[in-house]
Design a binder for this molecule. Sequence first.
Ligand code: PMP
Length: 369
Amino acid sequence: MSDVRIDDLPVRDELRGTSPYGAPQLDVPVRLNTNENPYPLPEPLVERIAERVREAARGLNRYPDRDAVELRTALAAYLTRTGGHEVGLRNVWAANGSNEVIQQLLQAFGGPGRTAMGFEPSYSMHALIARGTGTGWISGPRDEDFAIDLAAAEKAIAEHCPDVVFITTPNNPTGNAVPRETVAALYEAAQAAKPSMVIVDEAYVEFSHGSSLLPLLQDRPHLVISRTMSKAFGAAGLRLGYLAAHPAVVDAVQLVRLPYHLSAITQVTALAALEHTDTLLGYVAQLKQERDRLADELRAMGYEVTASDANFVQFGRFADAHEAWRKILDRGVLVRDNGVPGRLRVTAGTPAENDAFLDAVRELKNEVE
Ligand code: PMP
């Protein structure tokens, strides 16, 4: 192969010199860097998946259900049961991970000549998906404690009039939740400014002290709640994300989704996982406890910890966060350097993994002192 690089290709101008999403996938003993659930799926569920996949395999000569009706109905039932608000098939849409849900939303509501705003630091893929869909990105403010300062956020929305506003709650990588009243007020601000679509990314909501913002969907047709089976359901490898919104929003994403985007295998696997919802969510309580233990022990060691409603904890401060990340890695524990100055993020793992992490940071602390 001759030495051809990206920039030698007629690639879109806005992609030149940029980097792909790249959480390191390193083979180390303790991996606490991508907010996965550390527990493998329980054996009865593995059996059920195998059974349903075997059945589906017989029909793989045909395209899958393009509208994923059975799956969306099951997701709607899960949301209605746990979210404090009734939603049905027509309110729910599903795709390959919530990343794809967000991409479809930006294809429908963003795009060239339009802008999206997020309050940073937040989930980096929002900005990357904006870039990939030709949507301009506006970085909105957070205060020193990583909370959204309502007045500052309202001002930013009024000034920039974005077409799409992202609110991630609980936020990644910081872990803190956004109060319901703040989300409601930001929705109003976004409607006054444009009106725009407001996407509430609730990827981690099952780990929260509070409840889902699903009830806010009532009378707010420009609001979208995005969810995933990658975290609380412990099924990151499945790639299944979904949204709840007004049926018109579901109609809009259907204008841009690829036909048959959700494979028959994905659909039946997700359905099997949903049959085992209670078992899977049983790990959530344990992970919340471990999250709180991580936060308490880090604080006891003298680290600064951001209050977390998610399955991870942001901690610091480090004079050089990347150097600290490397030293923790040298001790066999992979955490995440999200580029937030002076901070790192650790995902709650099994008790043994968390112990290994705590030992590593304790050593680090002793080394510095
Ligand atoms: N939203 C947030 C806030 C996330 O942290 C993540 C995953 N890290 C996602 C969405 C995407 O998850 P998935 O595509 O696996 O559903």
